[in-house]
Ligand binder design. Structure first.
Ligand code: MF3
Ligand code: CO
Ligand code: CO
Length: 269
C-alpha cells in the first residue's frame, strides 16, 4: 500500500467520500491532459484576439471550430449529448450553455462568457473566460471581477487532503460578502479522460463535505456568480440555455486544475 492509499483509507474509515483509483491520473494521462490544456488556452487566446462588438455568436463558433480542427483537436461540445455547436457563448443573464446563433450579436456593454473544451489525442481540457464588449456599467464590471476572484479564491484554498466542500464554502462566502449568489444547479467536475467525470465540484456547501481531493486528480472550478438570486431556468425550446430566473446578470470563469503535493496547478494557463 502506498502512503497515499493509507491516507485515503483513513478518510474512508471516517465515512468520507473518497476518490476511486480511476480518478487519480497516471503521469502519462497528465501529460496528455497538459497538451490538451495548451491547445485549449491557445484557442481562448485566439478568441480573445478576435472577439469584438458587432460579431454574432455564430462567428465565435466558427472561429472555435476552425482553430481547434486546424491544430488537430476536436471541440468537445459539438454533438455532446446533442449540443449543436462547438462552444458555449453566454451573455448577460445567460448563466451557461448558451448556443451560438446567427441572430445573436455582441453589443456594447454586454458581458460574455466563452467556454471552450478541447479534445486532443483523447484527452480533455475545459476553460472559460469573460469578455466585456466595449464599455459596460461599473456594476457589470464588478460582477465580472468578483466572479474571477471567486475562482482564484477557490483555487487558493484547495490543498491536497481537503474536501470539495472546503473550497465551495470559501467561494460562496466570498460571493455573498460581495452581495452576489452562487448557482447551485450546475457545478465543476472531474475532467481529463472524459468531458465530465467525478467528482462534482460544487461551489457552495459545508466544510468537510464532498469528495476528498488528493494529488493526481484533475478537475475544473467554474463558479457561476449571479448578481441577483441563485435560481436558474433552462430554456424549454432549445433544452440547453440556462438563464437566471430573475433575469439578473451572471458571470463565470473556469480553469482545469491538477492537484499536486503542494496544491493546485492550472492546466489551462
Ligand atoms: N463546458 C461546460 C462545462 O464547463 C460544459 C458544456 S456542455 C455543452 O462543463 F454541451 F454545452 F457543451
Ligand atoms: Co467549460
Ligand atoms: Co467545465
Amino acid at each position: 500500500m502506498t502512503e497515499m492509499d493509507k491516507r485515503i483509507l483513513w478518510f474512508q474509515n471516517k465515512g468520507k467520500l473518497c476518490p476511486t483509483r480511476e480518478l487519480i491520473k497516471t503521469p502519462e494521462q497528465i501529460e496528455g491532459i497538459r497538451c490538451a490544456g495548451k491547445l485549449n488556452t491557445a484557442l481562448l487566446d485566439h478568441v480573445t484576439e478576435k472577439i469584438r462588438e458587432g460579431m454574432t455568436t455564430a462567428e465565435i463558433d466558427r472561429i472555435v471550430y476552425d482553430f481547434t480542427t486546424a491544430h488537430g483537436g476536436i471541440p468537445a461540445p459539438l454533438n455532446y449529448e446533442g449540443f449543436p455547436k462547438s462552444v458555449c457563448v453566454s451573455k448577460n443573464d445567460v448563466v451557461c450553455h448558451g448556443i451560438p446563433s446567427e441572430e445573436e450579436v455582441l453589443e456594447e456593454g454586454d458581458i460574455v462568457n466563452v467556454d471552450v473544451t478541447t479534445i486532443l489525442n483523447g484527452y480533455f481540457a475545459d476553460a472559460s473566460r469573460m469578455f466585456i464588449i466595449g464599455k459596460t456599467s461599473s456594476e457589470r464590471e464588478r460582477l465580472v471581477r468578483v466572479a474571477k476572484e471567486c475562482l482564484d479564491i477557490g483555487a487558493e484554498v484547495c490543498k491536497p487532503y481537503t474536501f470539495v466542500g472546503d473550497m465551495g464554502n470559501a467561494i460562496a462566502k466570498y460571493a455573498h460578502k460581495n452581495g452576489y449568489t452562487i448557482v447551485r444547479d450546475l457545478c465543476g467536475h472531474g475532467v481529463g479522460n472524459a468531458f465530465h467525470e467525478d467528482p462534482d465540484i460544487e461551489h457552495y456547501g459545508k466544510k468537510g463535505s464532498g469528495m476528498l481531493l488528493v494529488p493526481g486528480m484533475v478537475f475544473t472550478i467554474e463558479p457561476m456568480v449571479n448578481a441577483g438570486d441563485w435560481e436558474v431556468v433552462v430554456d424549454e425550446e432549445d433544452g440547453w440555455t440556462v438563464y437566471t430566473e430573475d433575469y439578473s446578470d451572471s458571470a463565470q470563469w473556469e480553469h482545469t486544475f491538477l492537484m499536486t503535493d503542494e496544491g493546485l496547478e492550472v492546466i489551462t494557463y
